[in-house]
Design a protein around this ligand. Structure first.
Ligand SMILES: NC(=O)c1ccc[n+]([C@@H]2O[C@H](COP(=O)([O-])OP(=O)(O)OC[C@H]3O[C@@H](n4cnc5c(N)ncnc54)[C@H](OP(=O)(O)O)[C@@H]3O)[C@@H](O)[C@H]2O)c1
Length: 291
């Protein structure tokens, strides 16, 4: 049997990390679809440095259909990713979306048949210092929906220390992660690493954001513990104080932030369900003001 072909769109912090790990398997043929050229991947993982030199394309017109596409761009870079999908998606291609937020499928439904989209909740902390150079702070997990495509996606990672698993309650996984992400928006607002959560007033703001997310998540069908919002805040307080979440990394790098995917969506879902979300509305306003 030939190698499984994979094209990864967006070799940034998450994309480069995932790509470098996938490239360690002799059974996978990996192509990077990059906006900014990448010469090689060098990832400082929890277990040591790994490197890889996969094929790199920067022109979508050069791309050809593959077995799997992994979309690792920011949620707001859908249009750029779609240009690659035009060339990468054949009749049997499956498209995994490794992004934050809860709208993975809706974002790509205009470009790919929905039954071939595999949404993925990524819990890997990764920071990019230069193209292809990333600090992966933990092995992390990736959750995908239960089913044949989810199992096939997880199998791509069997040789890696990343814990890739299927879950029957993917909606719950989506909103658990969104709860973490919306609390972390405060770091982007105040432009301080995650350790700022140790300040009591900041912790209160994070808690209020997270509680709104829990409320809308439950309305959307997620099963979320009463303690989730508080435990998310404790997580920020206990993490490495200098660690930087991806929204804050975007602010520092002068890139657009995922304001809508991480806060705007909570406001919109709050309106849909009649749930007040003043703190996330405030976060949207403040992040837009500093962007
Ligand atoms: N970083 C984390 O710790 C983390 C953890 C969990 C989930 N996430 C989520 O994972 C997703 C990716 O985040 P990230 O931190 O990896 O972002 P990132 O470092 O900004 O990487 C995004 C990559 O997409 C590339 N890109 C943008 N438009 C493109 C196009 N048209 N064609 C090809 N590549 C394109 C960017 O290119 P350039 O090099 O030109 O910028 C960049 O390399 C986000 O939804 C984020 O919220 C991140």
């Amino acid at each position: 049997m030939g190698k499984t072909t994979i094209a990864l769109i967006g070799p940034g912090a998450i994309g480069a990390t995932v790509a470098a790990w996938l490239a360690q398997s002799p059974d996978l043929a990996l192509t990077l679809c990059a906006r900014t050229p990448v010469d090689r991947l060098e990832i400082e993982t929890p277990g040591g440095v790994i490197t890889a030199e996969p094929e790199v394309l920067t022109d979508p017109a050069e791309a050809e259909p593959v077995d799997w596409v992994l979309v690792c761009t920011k949620a707001y870079d859908v249009a750029g990713a779609a240009k690659w999908l035009e060339h990468l998606v054949g009749p049997a291609t499956r498209v995994a979306v490794l992004q934050n937020g809860v709208e993975h499928v809706a974002r790509f439904a205009p470009f790919v048949p929905v039954e071939r989209i595999v949404p993925a909740v990524v819990d890997i902390s990764a920071e990019r210092s230069a193209p292809g150079r990333v600090l992966q702070r933990m092995n992390g997990t990736i959750l995908v929906p239960a089913g044949a495509d989810g199992e096939a996606f997880a199998a791509l990672f069997e040789h890696t220390p990343i814990d890739v698993r299927t879950t029957v309650n993917f909606t719950t996984a989506l909103f658990r992660k969104l709860t973490v992400n919306c609390a972390g928006g405060v770091c982007g607002i105040v432009n301080k690493p995650n350790g700022i959560a140790r300040e009591p007033g900041i912790a209160d703001f994070m808690l209020a954001l997270a509680e709104e997310c829990v409320a809308v998540g439950r309305a959307e069908g997620a099963t979320l513990d009463d303690d989730l919002a508080a435990s998310v805040v404790r997580g920020y307080q206990n993490t490495a104080p200098d660690s930087i979440n991806s929204l804050h990394a975007d602010r520092m790098a002068g890139r657009p932030m995922e304001i809508d995917a991480r806060h705007g969506i909570i406001v919109r879902l709050g309106e849909k369900h009649g749930i007040p979300t003043p703190m996330n509305r405030l976060a949207v306003a403040l992040l837009n003001a500093v962007q």
